[in-house]
Design a binder for this molecule. Structure first.
Ligand code: KG4
Ligand code: ZN
Length: 369
């Protein structure tokens, strides 16, 4: 390590991933360890907060040890400890925050509480070394759907948000309804790719009166559920929830018919729903970039891993002369490298916290910790 290197140990435990990373000078990831609890929560059809907290407690120490050893560093080499302080599940956040405070105190290091969404945005800096603010970022995760102008490092202006469900939440709920189970986003993505026709069913595109850059996904979700119900009725009465028939079915078949009359399959519904979400996300983002005169657009959060969203955003940005950035899928979903990157810019700005740092589950973007 060069003497002037800034090495950050980063910890992330806001939901169901226990993660630790070592990041050098903000953008160079020396290690990025993720222990995913997905298999456990899949049994319950979604994240069970109490189980998530307990698993974090069990895994955080070995995950941090692996991050340090894979990076080949010891606590003496570190400059600071960065940890996600919010938003997220309070019990999950508290494990990371308590661990990071204890570690920093014992090692005599500064501690930096990092905003989880600022971390997602910062994930773009890791692989795109040339990316600098200002740019427009579409943040699409399980709990957030936001259009954010990144004016500078640590300086954000929210220009659009969802009025109801987040995009990831809509993916998760629809996935459940068509029998794909948890976690919904990647399963819908995969199922849609398995021959699904995006134009098989035309689902509504949600718009919000008053702010052209805001989002609404609850109407779309209801439209999918209504469509499924109407197909079930056509087949002789209210068929029980598809989920009960298909969840956990090893022989799940994307070609299974939803509507035998029209030939619409499970994969068609997945692809058509996804098309409606992608259409709204891309249209709003490109319109916002054009209206603000911004020529750089980035995407962040779990839904930014979606293949159809990446393809369509690329196509539309290209045709408008906008440069597009998005992290590789592993850096889109929850990880600690992104927290190390955001924490580095906080560190450069002289931001640090005391041992009274607490978890803030409802932390809004730009709100100070
Ligand atoms: O950013 P993230 O890992 O956690 C939060 O901060 O919420 O995002 C998780 C969300 C979930 O709703 C998940 O279904 C969705 O991102 N997601 C996807 C894909 N991968 C993850 N949605 C659509 N397509 C994907 N490939
Ligand atoms: Zn996240």
């Amino acid at each position: 390590m060069k003497a002037k290197d800034t090495l950050i140990l980063a910890i992330e435990s806001s939901c169901d991933e226990t993660a630790a990373a070592v990041v050098r000078n903000g953008r160079e990831v020396l290690s990025n360890i993720i222990y995913s609890q997905i298999d456990i929560h899949t049994m319950y059809g979604g994240v069970v907060p109490e189980i998530a907290s307990r698993k974090h407690i069990e895994k955080i120490d070995p995950v941090v040890a692996s991050a340090l050893s894979e990076a080949g560093v010891t606590k003496e080499d570190l400059s600071a400890v960065a940890v996600t302080a919010g938003p997220g599940l309070v019990g999950s956040l508290l494990v990371g925050v308590a661990y990071a405070k204890a570690y920093a105190y014992a090692a005599g290091l500064p501690i930096i509480g990092v905003h989880h969404i600022e971390g997602h945005i910062a994930a773009n800096y890791i692989e795109s070394k040339e990316l600098e603010p200002p740019f427009l970022c579409l943040v699409v995760s399980g709990g957030h759907t936001e259009l954010v102008v990144v004016e500078d490092y640590g300086k954000f202006r929210l220009i659009g948000t969802t009025h109801d469900d987040a995009a990831g939440e809509a993916f998760d709920k629809v996935a459940r309804a068509i029998g794909l189970g948890y976690p919904g986003g990647p399963k819908v993505d995969k199922c849609a790719k398995a021959g699904g026709r995006p134009d098989a069913v035309v689902f509504p595109r949600g718009h919000v009166d008053g702010n052209e850059f805001d989002f609404s996904f609850s109407g779309l979700k209801s439209a999918v559920l209504n469509y499924l119900n109407s197909c079930a009725m056509k087949q002789g009465g209210p068929v029980k929830d598809l989920r009960e028939k298909r969840e956990g079915d090893a022989n799940f078949n994307p070609d299974a018919l939803i509507d035998p009359d029209t030939g619409v399959t499970v994969a068609d519904v997945a692809a058509s729903f996804q098309e409606a979400v992608v259409d709204v996300l891309v249209t709003h983002t490109v319109a916002a970039a054009k209206s603000l005169g911004i020529s750089k657009v980035a995407m962040a959060g779990g839904v930014a891993a979606n293949g159809a969203l990446r393809d369509r955003m690329k196509r539309d940005c290209e045709s408008e002369g906008i440069s597009l950035y998005y992290p590789s899928p592993l850096l889109c979903t929850d990880n600690a490298a992104m927290i190390g990157c955001a924490g580095y810019y906080d560190f450069l700005a002289g931001k640090s916290h005391g041992l009274d740092l607490n978890a803030v589950p409802g932390l809004g973007l730009g709100q100070s910790i």
